[in-house]
Design a protein around this ligand. Structure first.
Ligand SMILES: [Zn+2]
Length: 113
């Protein structure tokens, strides 16, 4: 299995609804999103997918400088964001997993069974 990874950063605000702690307060993160795409065979000229094509597709779905609670109809936890980004990309790319970092210490990822 070949795997490639692209990583992009975006800034956004959110509040976690019904969390019961300080994350219910409006706050922001400089998120990092990592997308891993895999394939057992390479496409000509010897790539899983073109890095630039994947980076552009990821950039298009990132809610940069947005209030996530106004953009999505789900509670914008890192877990839910990872799944949402996966679902947005999986029709175009053989996505293995999506990882969303809220900061250097914490990430959540989605990878289907
Ligand atoms: Zn947060």
């Amino acid at each position: 299995m070949y795997r490639i990874r692209v990583s992009k950063v975006f800034s956004a605000a959110h509040r976690i609804v019904e969390q019961g702690g300080k994350c219910e307060q409006l706050h922001g993160h400089n998120y990092r999103v990592e997308v891993v795409v895999g394939s057992e065979r390479l496409n000509p000229p010897g790539m899983v997918v073109d890095f630039n094509e994947l980076k552009e597709a990821v950039a298009l779905i990132l809610p940069d400088h947005k209030l996530l609670n106004e953009v999505y109809n789900f509670n914008p936890t890192a877990e839910n964001l990872a799944r949402y980004f996966y679902e947005q990309l999986q029709s175009r790319f053989p996505v293995v997993r999506v990882r969303v970092w809220e900061n250097d210490e914490c990430w959540a990822e989605y990878e289907p069974d």
